[in-house]
Design a protein. Structure first.
Length: 194
């Protein structure tokens, strides 16, 4: 289906670009992003739609005894568009396959404010890149009792002695042969004791 819309020039002159949240069918985010990316040059929307992003972050996981970094969606079922909103462009985008609606009120799509954008993107200044820093999925505090689940000390229990968040590691004091021994471990090698 080909959609043709006129009158975008007048609307663009009086409006500014903002970030909007578009709801998609879950698991169809990449498909919708690709469709919008193709729509922009085809419909000459370069001055209306500036960026299309699927907010992701790298997450560290242990699989088969090895640390692996995987990309995870921060907001499954949603993509972000930096754009100048108009009724015509809103209709064009929400008519695409696998798209539900723009997030907003009964009055229409609501743009994100600066604080919301900072919460979604690591680079809050230009909102140019997706989050790049790998994050462990578990966070502990000094004094927590943890069970070691990987490595030479697997199945031992210990107390968190020191945390190195920038490295994704922590020091745990483990009781070995009746002595408290500090062991430095990756966040992914431990879990809270059940």
């Amino acid at each position: 289906m080909v959609l043709e819309f006129g009158g975008l020039g007048n609307y663009m002159a009086s409006s500014e670009k903002k970030w909007y949240v578009l709801q998609t069918y879950s698991g169809h985010e990449k498909k919708v992003k690709t469709t919008i990316d193709k729509l922009i040059p085809n419909k000459k929307l370069e001055d209306v739609i500036f960026q299309v992003k699927i907010p992701t972050m790298d997450v560290a996981e242990m699989k088969d005894g090895k640390k692996k970094i995987t990309k995870r969606k921060l907001m499954p079922g949603y993509i972000l568009l930096e754009m100048i909103m108009s009724d015509d462009v809103q209709f064009m985008i929400t008519s695409l396959p696998s798209v539900s609606t723009f997030v907003g009120t009964k009055d229409g799509p609501q743009p994100l404010d600066v604080e919301e954008i900072k919460n979604v993107f690591a680079d809050a200044e230009g909102v140019e890149s997706e989050v790049e820093t790998p994050k462990a999925r578990f966070f502990y505090k000094v004094g927590d009792t943890l069970k070691i689940i990987d490595g030479p000390f697997a199945n031992f229990t210990g107390l968190v002695d020191e945390i190195f968040p920038d490295k994704g590691r922590l020091r745990v004091k483990v009781e070995i042969f009746g002595r408290s021994t500090p062991v430095e471990l990756d966040y992914l090698q431990v879990k809270t004791e059940d």
